[in-house]
Design a binder for this molecule. Structure first.
Ligand code: 5RP
Length: 266
């Protein structure tokens, strides 16, 4: 791995722990102004201390995030679809590598849609993005997207999708947690982070998922809704961070969450 690429990655994945807490706020690129993400700049402000990186689009980066912020940015560079259509798999490349460099991105991210109508196009787009990224030392995060088909999230499917992403050159992969997740990680030659998915019923459910994912070999999370749609987002990300970097159990994290929550209420 070239020095520049390694250096960029080391800004996202903390060298001391080998883990990362990425905060995903890119949802608007196909979902529009989601609840609690209407003003992304305001949403992230109280969460920055516990986020190792932000994942977002260039539109939000340029318009909502101060350029003085010293935080690595993982730039989503795929899009072109909206939630109003049934098939979300027809994404294309939205952002040039020149623009990613201009924005001082620490990595670029794009979705692949394995098994969906847009499979071929999205995988070839990933390969082309890697070609361009290798030229400038830019890490590529592949997101194994499932569109509206959330039921696809099992170890067999996600293992296949992650492996395909890695085979096409992704430097790290974002996928969903599932039963048998160690199998997904084991057969994927690059590091995996998990998305949170739709907001879970309880905070403890999210802590359990993060803990189980780390135990199974994930190097971290790239979580969105389960953090900023929480009633106490700053307390929530603090607790998730402690699971990822300090090895807290879900129960210990929940205790930390409750303490941070009480302080926030005062
Ligand atoms: C959409 C994405 C989102 O960033 C991702 O789903 C992470 O957010 P959440 O934890 O809310 O699922 O990549 O494809």
């Amino acid at each position: 791995m070239d020095w520049g690429l390694k250096n960029r990655l080391s800004r996202i994945i903390r060298p001391k722990t080998g883990h990362t807490v990425m905060l995903a706020i890119d949802h608007g690129y196909f979902l529009g102004p989601m609840t609690k993400l209407e003003k992304p700049g305001e949403t992230v402000k109280p969460l920055l201390d516990d986020a190792d990186a932000l994942m977002l689009t260039r539109g939000v980066l340029r318009n909502c995030i101060p350029a003085e912020l010293d935080k690595p940015m993982v730039l989503r560079v795929s899009g072109g679809t909206s939630v109003l259509k049934d098939d979300l798999s027809q994404e294309g490349l939205t952002t040039s590598m020149d623009d990613a460099v201009r924005l001082n991105a620490s990595a670029v991210a794009m979705s692949i849609f394995v098994g969906a109508p847009g499979e071929r196009e999205s995988i070839l787009n990933l390969a082309e993005l890697v070609n361009e990224a290798e030229e400038v030392g830019m890490p590529v995060l592949a997101v194994t997207a499932v569109g509206k088909e959330l039921a696809k999230r099992d170890a067999r499917y996600l293992g296949l999708a992650c492996r395909i992403a890695a085979e096409h050159g992704a430097h790290f992969v974002k996928t969903y947690y599932c039963g048998g997740f160690e199998q997904v990680v084991d057969k994927c030659p690059v590091p995996c982070v998990i998305a949170g998915g739709p907001k879970l019923e309880t905070e403890m459910d999210a802590f359990r998922m993060a803990y189980d994912a780390i135990q199974a070999g994930a190097i971290g999370v790239d979580m969105g809704r389960n953090i900023w749609q929480s009633e106490f987002p700053a307390a929530k990300i603090k607790a998730v961070n402690a699971i990822v970097h300090k090895g807290l159990t879900a129960k210990e994290a929940n205790q930390l969450y409750e303490e941070a929550k009480s302080k926030a209420k005062k």
